[in-house]
Design a protein around this ligand. Structure first.
Ligand SMILES: Nc1ncnc2c1ncn2[C@@H]1O[C@H](COP(=O)(O)OP(=O)(O)OP(=O)(O)O)[C@@H](O)[C@H]1O
Ligand SMILES: [Mg+2]
Length: 274
């Protein structure tokens, strides 16, 4: 049997010794899976992705990637570090954290140049990505001077430029206009069909429905509340209410009391006022 490419065993993460972010996480991801990490604000989604990208290391427990235990020293250069960085790409929740180059062009070219890809091939990749994302006009602009959604596109392009096998995306559709969101979902589907592993953190249930086969739900205690088939989990209203991914409140419309569950799978129950 094929080994999972990413494995977390009994992982806890605590910021500054006092702010828990992940508790007792056990998670295996196989090559080619499309997984959404769902959870309310503060549940630990971003922290989990940072651990999978080896930019944060667990307070307790073990993380393995491609069968190798991820410890800080193993990623300080050397062969495995290079292998890992080439295979795993991470789009941060906040593009301001990710973008650092003088121009959009340099930003997208940075990764492939680090990987010693020939300069003319890098130029071609950059131009292709600029075209694909509809941001060719930004090529020579400094990333700090462009809009939030444009920054997000540059951040996505800079990760795609490395052609990683595993894509970790933290709230990838945040800040994107509807047309670009649809484009991104289609792109991710295409990458998935090509065999890439895709892991997305989001609290957007419709994004999870569109792009994942498997959902891992984090609760507000930073634990895994559920891990399973996307449609089964998105159909579990009780679970989604418990973890605050949908909410319910009652208010009056004239004669009736109207109970809403808010979310893409919301149902509406109308009760005649007693
Ligand atoms: N730098 C930090 N210092 C201290 N606590 C932090 C830090 N970053 C995150 N936390 C805490 O860790 C917990 C998990 O945060 P995380 O950012 O992983 O959540 P999230 O699920 O990504 O939330 P969101 O949906 O808002 O992006 C939260 O309680 C948060 O307050
Ligand atoms: Mg987050």
């Amino acid at each position: 049997m094929e080994l999972p490419i990413l494995q977390l065993q009994d992982v806890d993460y605590i910021y500054l010794d006092k702010f828990p972010a992940l508790a007792n996480i056990n998670l295996d991801v196989n090559s080619g899976e499309r997984v959404c990490i769902l959870g309310a604000n503060g549940s630990g989604k971003s922290t989990l992705l940072k651990i999978l990208n080896a930019i944060a290391f667990p307070s307790n427990g073990i993380v393995k990637a491609f069968g190798q235990s991820l410890k800080e020293n193993i990623l300080e250069g050397g062969e495995f570090s290079r292998y890992f960085r080439q295979r795993v790409g991470f789009v941060f929740q906040d593009p301001d954290v990710q973008l650092f180059s003088a121009t959009v062009e340099d930003e997208i070219a940075f990764g492939p140049l680090q990987l010693d890809i020939a300069k003319d091939e890098v130029e071609k990749r950059v131009d292709d990505l600029l075209q694909m994302l509809g941001i060719a006009a930004l090529k020579h602009r400094p990333p700090y001077s462009i809009s939030g959604g444009e920054k997000k596109k540059v951040a996505i392009a800079s990760v795609l430029a490395n052609n990683p096998d595993v894509l970790l995306l933290d709230e990838p559709t945040n800040g994107l206009d509807p047309r670009t969101q649809v484009w991104l979902i289609e792109l991710l589907e295409g990458l998935s069909d090509a065999g890439k592993t895709i892991i997305i953190a989001t609290h957007d249930l419709s994004l999870a429905a569109d792009i994942s086969d498997r959902v891992v739900v984090l609760n507000e205690g930073h634990k895994i509340a559920a891990d399973g088939n996307t449609m089964d989990i998105l159909g579990n209203r009780k679970l989604l209410l418990e973890v605050n991914l949908i909410h319910e409140h009652a208010h009056r419309h004239g004669e009736t009391v109207h109970v809403h569950s808010h979310g893409p799978f919301a149902d509406h129950e109308h009760e005649k006022e007693k």
